[in-house]
Design a protein around this ligand. Sequence first.
Ligand code: S3P
Length: 172
Amino acid sequence: MKNIVLIGFMGTGKTSVGRRLACRLKCEFIDTDAEIERLMGKTVTQIFARDGVVRFRSEEELLVKRLAGREDLVIATGGGLVLNPANLRLLKENGVLVALTASPEVIYYRVRSKKSRPLLLHKDMKSKLTELLQERENVYKAAEITLDTGACSIEGAVEQINRYLLERKYIL
Ligand code: S3P
């Protein structure tokens, strides 16, 4: 099986949907943020604070190089990972890109009390979030299928992705 790669903004449900999808497809699940945290022995917030965003992005790039050479994975990517065209190209080569979206209101509701997303730790989180969303919208269009997770449950999203993969014969 080609890798199934979930892309999309923070708070669109990539990790939750990805984990369940991997269960359903009986394959390994990799969350790029969790993997980088494991490799560096620090949380994403600590990496941003101590090493900087450039270091975090270079860890993402290294990880993508390793993952793109594998198959049978469900990969949930960090929201900014596909801003790097090289990452997008590599993931696309051997994977099916699935974008998850949600409205700014839904995303805000999901992330507002979490402290784990350094880019959103802003005094006006809502405007920051809207600004970043606008900047990135086009990048997430690189996916071949897009699902609005504000309009369905996690199980519902998994079901739709599974149906799409079957229809396109990405899975049997
Ligand atoms: C980021 C998204 C985060 C994490 C980091 C940067 C981004 O991942 O990689 O905080 O640039 O959008 P999630 O999308 O899993 O929250």
